[in-house]
Design a protein around this ligand. Structure first.
Ligand code: FAD
Length: 471
């Protein structure tokens, strides 16, 4: 097979030089590196279709890639060098906004931030929001069913998507860019492609829901004594603030200490340290003081009930942003500290405190040389239950020993997740990271149904093979 026969068949770039391809062959964490036959960057849907048809007729595996910020290795090719990386970042137009239907149509390679900005220019909110938003793409968000910090109020990527355009595994274009909130006409193919991590087809465009822009927002950074108190505070906040509550994030003091160490501008807004903190955001449709007044009233109740010990409220946009930055800088700060073992888990909210108490204790006993770095979207029952080597453990031998603990630690944590009726992947997908483990925990019938879907939509098994769970 001659890769040059592909070059003239689409508009865009085809990279075959090793140095040009390198940035597309390693994931964001630097955890996985692969090889590829080529990296293709088409400019339009027809180009994507032409590339996939070429791959289909030559038996070449296709690895779709967006912003390459995924945390499960789903966008990295394997080591064989047989696959083609299909990078969508040049397919990035904002196609249209329908202000009456409250929808926006965008191409898969548009970054999440650009989509948010385009919505804002039209006087609307596109609420999906996560720390990688400057680089991750809408196609990647949909392929991983991304979550982020506003799921509590607006839902995850799946809930924000009305229509899709997909290049199927054989290179056909399925255009279903519908703007309908109600459509019960058979199996929901859209929902199959969302969250399929590039293993069923390539998402080339989507119609997304828009919302009114909030007129006023405020955030509170709250010291809480324990995760149990945080969950009780969440209930109180939902009672008091109802749908005005747009985010509810939990962070341990260890997380904040890492941010302070690695981000020079970071400052904790409270005089005393606390073992845990909550970041709560309120959004209001009306201008004025209602957002901060609502938070203040809630905090008074929380102090009275012993659920919070101190709090700082944003009084300006700059403060709002710097309080959010403390939460958003945790991932990168943990990475800067050294090797990490990450768990993106979800639990029924009522089980979170029990899970943290018992699993923290079990880890401390079995692996005393580790340090827990726990934070997450507690309002959605989603924890990033991560580990780093114990503080000061910087020798290469100790780091190697830490890395060798990944498998037994995963088993301990994920067995506890399943015992608490949770999921081992809340928002990052399975990729290669969780593929084998998911197969362990899923029932035979669920695996059989998933494999039947993969077989039906990608019978030659060329779409992102070895990722997620279908093959
Ligand atoms: P990529 O990493 O390029 O790809 C991810 C997967 O999607 C791969 O399997 C790939 O094959 C597939 N894919 C990509 N584009 C397409 C397409 N057009 N069609 C079909 N398949 C495709 N995630 C969250 O959910 N919530 C968070 O809060 C969050 N925070 C993060 C913070 C940081 C600092 C970082 C680095 C990542 C974070 N992530 C988070 C993970 C990541 O940003 C998301 O998974 C994001 O949705 C991935 O988008 P991407 O464009 O980078 O996809």
């Amino acid at each position: 097979m001659d890769i040059e026969t592909l070059r003239g068949s689409f508009t865009g770039r085809l990279l075959t030089d090793a140095a040009d391809m390198a940035p597309f062959l390693t994931d964001w964490r630097g955890k996985w590196t692969g090889q590829a036959l080529a990296v293709a960057q088409p400019r339009d849907t027809e180009g994507v279709a032409a590339i996939v048809r070429w791959c289909h007729s030559h038996g070449v595996p296709v690895v779709p890639q967006g912003g390459n910020t995924g945390l499960s290795g789903g966008a990295t090719p394997d080591a064989s060098g047989r696959a083609l990386v299909l990078s969508l970042v040049r397919l990035d137009r904002i196609r249209s906004v329908d202000a009456v239907t409250n929808t926006i149509e965008v191409e898969a390679g548009a970054t999440l931030q650009r989509v948010q900005e385009a919505a804002r220019e039209a006087g609307r909110l596109f609420p999906l929001s996560l720390a990688a938003e400057g680089s991750c793409t809408l196609g990647g968000n949909l392929a991983t069913n991304a979550g982020g910090v506003q799921v509590l109020r607006y839902g995850n990527a799946r809930e924000l998507c009305l229509g899709l355009e997909v290049v199927t595994a054989d290179g056909s274009v399925w255009s279903a860019l519908r703007r309908l909130r109600k459509d019960n006409t058979g199996y929901d193919l859209r929902d199959l492609y969302i969250g399929s991590e590039g293993t069923l087809g390539v998402i080339t465009a989507a119609v997304l829901k828009l919302f009114p822009l909030p007129k006023a927002q405020a955030v509170a950074f709250v010291a809480v004594p324990s995760p149990r108190a945080a969950v009780e505070l969440l209930q109180l906040a939902q009672e008091q603030l109802s749908s005005s509550l747009t985010a509810f994030e939990l962070m341990s003091d260890t997380c904040l200490a890492l941010v302070e160490r690695h981000v020079p501008s970071a400052r904790l807004p409270l005089p005393e340290r606390s073992p845990w903190y909550v970041l709560m955001e309120v959004s209001e449709a009306q201008e004025g003081e209602r957002a901060s007044a609502g938070l203040q009233a809630l905090l008074e109740l929380a102090f009275d009930q012993g659920l919070a010990t101190d709090a700082a409220l944003s009084a300006s946009l700059a403060q709002f942003q710097s309080l959010w930055a403390l939460r958003e800088d945790i991932s990168e700060s943990q990475g800067a500290e050294g090797p990490t073992i990450k768990h993106d888990i979800s639990l029924p909210i009522s089980r979170i405190a029990d899970f943290i108490e018992s699993t923290d204790a079990a880890l401390a006993q079995a692996f005393p040389e580790t340090r827990l770095v726990v934070f997450g979207h507690v309002g959605d029952g989603n924890l990033h239950y991560n580990l780093s080597p114990a503080a000061g453990d910087a020798t290469p031998e100790r780091r190697d020993r830490f890395k060798s603990l990944e498998e037994p630690i995963n088993r301990l944590v994920h067995d506890a997740v399943i015992a608490h009726e949770g999921s081992i992947s809340a928002e990052h997908g399975l990729g290669v990271l969780r593929r084998e483990e998911a197969a362990l925990y899923k029932s035979p019938i669920e695996l059989q149904l998933m494999r039947a879907i993969k077989q039906a939509l990608d019978p030659r098994g060329l779409m992102n093979p070895g990722k997620s769970i279908g093959d």
